[in-house]
Every structure is written in C-alpha cells, then in structure tokens.
Write a protein that binds this ligand. Structure first.
Ligand SMILES: NC(=O)c1ccc[n+]([C@@H]2O[C@H](COP(=O)([O-])OP(=O)(O)OC[C@H]3O[C@@H](n4cnc5c(N)ncnc54)[C@H](O)[C@@H]3O)[C@@H](O)[C@H]2O)c1
Length: 279
C-alpha cells in the first residue's frame, strides 16, 4: 500500500452524520465505513434510519453502524443523543452536518408559487433555517465542545452546496404555461443556509484551530435522482461535464476531508460540481 494511503485510515474513529438516513447521509456513512470508521446516523426519520442500517449492515459489521433519532433543531434532543453515545462507550471524532430540508424536483410538493421570494412565508423560512443552519450551529456547539474536552481533536464537515457560491439559476425550475409571477423558484432559504454554512465553517476553523479541530465544507452539485427529463436536460447545459453527479461521487471527498489525508486543510469549501460554478 502507498504509505500516504494510511492517512485515510479511520479505524478507531467514530463519525456522527446528521440527516444520516437521507440520500447523501447513507453515502457519507458508506464512505467512512469503507475506511474503517464507526458511524452514527442521526435523523428525525426512524423508518429511514432502520432501512439505512439494514442496508449498510449487508456490507459492514452491525456494530459499526449505530442509529439515533435526533432532531438537530432541538438542543435537548442533541444532548440526549450525546449522552447516549457516551453510554455506548463512544465519543465523536468526526461530525458531518448534513441535515437539511432539501425540496426535491421530482416530488409533487416541490416548488410552487409559494417558493417565490415575494410570497415566502416566515414560518417556512424559520423551519428551513432551523434545520440547515441553526441545526449545524447547535450540533457543532454540543459535539465540538466534547471534542475540545477530549483533547484529541476532531473534524467538523459542513455539507453545503454549489449554491453556497453561485445563485440558483431559476430558469431550471420554470414550468411551461405558467405566468412569470407564479413560476416556482429555488427558495431564498437554500442560498442563505448554504452561504451561512460557509461562514460557520470559517468561524469554527479559526475558533478551534488551537484545539486541533479542523472544519471544512463540502459543496456538492446536484445529484441525479430520477428528476424529470426536462429538468435534467436544462441542468446538464449548465455543467461543463454535461451531467449531474452520481450519488456515490462524493465518497472520495468525504474520505479525504474526514481523515488525516486533509490534515493541513481547514476553513475551506471544497466544491465538487462538474465545473458548474466555474462557468
Ligand atoms: N441531493 C442533492 O442533489 C444535493 C446537492 C447539494 C447539496 N446537498 C445537500 O446534501 C445534504 C443531504 O441532502 P440529501 O439529498 O441527502 O437530502 P435528503 O432529504 O435525502 O436527506 C436529508 C435528511 O435530513 C433529515 N432531517 C430533516 N430534518 C431534520 C432534523 N430536524 N433533524 C435531523 N434530521 C433531519 C431528513 O429526515 C433526511 O433524512 C443536504 O444538506 C443538502 O442540502 C444535496
């Protein structure tokens, strides 16, 4: 084995992934299991957690996969899970803030005229910000403080988006036959949350640098997930590599960012988007 590959080894490390039962959460888990980590999937959706555990257990030891119902918007829920993790005799070395409310284009309820800036409801703003941004703050506060206490350092990785560096191209979401004022759009919350996560990343990277805690962000581009043909055709034209990502194409980045392979990297935003943000 190439000597440097040892730096990717996460044996004896434990990673907590919020939103761990979702499309990418399970991919992050598999990336870390592949290189020896134990993973804790935390999510509000118990059914999805059970399904994720059962699927991952087909390939990896059951003991390496722990699931917890946890609501990232609720400090009591996060503290309860942090105590339960300690009861397990574990402590978190790697935290991936991945939970978000991410409306999918292929779902019926995706993006109606209520998504438009002029119509966007305060309650919806508060809900989405509470999960995607406040959630990352709360979980980092509780688990980051434990990393500091443990004195062995750690890694915090915030999952942002290509929309942390570019504005949504609203032409992607246009529906034929609708007048301009009722056209659905990618909501303002998504841009604000993802840009905010980059601020949180930079803040924590310097705040805890002397505690040997590194904090970076990963900004994925859109993942192909059976979106309708018209949407896929439009988005491909915005991407130099002319395609959306496969869901497993971020695994290498997760392994790099969560291990000592990235030991001299902190405060950065790794953008993996088929080149979309370069155009
Ligand atoms: N899918 C994409 O194309 C894409 C692209 C770029 C960035 N991202 C980002 O990647 C991350 C994961 O996206 P995904 O596609 O897997 O989404 P997803 O909707 O499949 O998964 C999100 C998970 O978060 C959970 N969740 C929601 N509210 C929660 C709460 N209060 N507490 C704990 N968990 C909660 C959900 O139950 C779900 O399992 C998100 O931050 C998303 O913005 C996704």
């Amino acid at each position: 084995m190439v000597k440097n590959l040892k730096k990717f080894n996460l044996r004896s490390k434990c990673a907590l992934i919020t939103g761990g039962a979702g499309l990418l959460g399970v991919e992050h888990a598999e990336a870390l299991l592949e290189i020896g980590a134990k993973v804790i999937l935390a999510d509000i959706n118990l059914n999805a957690l059970n399904k994720a555990k059962s699927n991952l257990s087909k390939k990896y030891s059951q003991d390496s996969i722990i699931i917890f119902v946890m609501d990232v918007t609720n400090p009591d829920s996060i503290k309860k899970v942090s105590n339960e993790i300690l009861d397990y005799g574990l402590s978190v070395d790697i935290l991936i803030n991945n939970a978000a409310i991410d409306p999918k284009v292929n779902r019926d309820n995706f993006l109606t005229e209520s998504s438009r800036f002029e119509n966007f409801l305060l309650d919806q703003w508060n809900l989405e910000v509470s999960v995607g941004l406040t959630g990352a703050f709360l979980v980092s506060q509780i688990f980051g403080a434990l990393m500091v206490k443990k004195k062995t350092g750690g890694v915090i990785l915030n999952i942002a988006s290509d929309l942390s560096v570019i504005s949504p191209d609203q032409r992607l979401y246009k529906k034929e036959g609708l007048s301009e004022d009722v056209q659905p759009v990618k909501p303002v919350t998504y841009s604000v949350i993802k840009t905010g996560l980059i601020g949180l990343t930079k803040y924590l990277s310097t705040y805890w640098a002397d505690k040997n805690i590194r904090c970076n962000a990963l900004s994925p581009g859109g993942i192909f997930n059976d979106q309708d043909d018209a949407f896929v055709k439009k988005i491909k034209n915005l991407i130099p590599q002319k395609r959306m990502a496969d869901k497993d194409e971020y695994r290498g980045a997760i392994q790099f960012l969560c291990s000592d392979a990235s030991s001299y990297m902190t405060g950065q935003n790794l953008i993996i988007d088929g080149g979309r943000s370069v155009w």
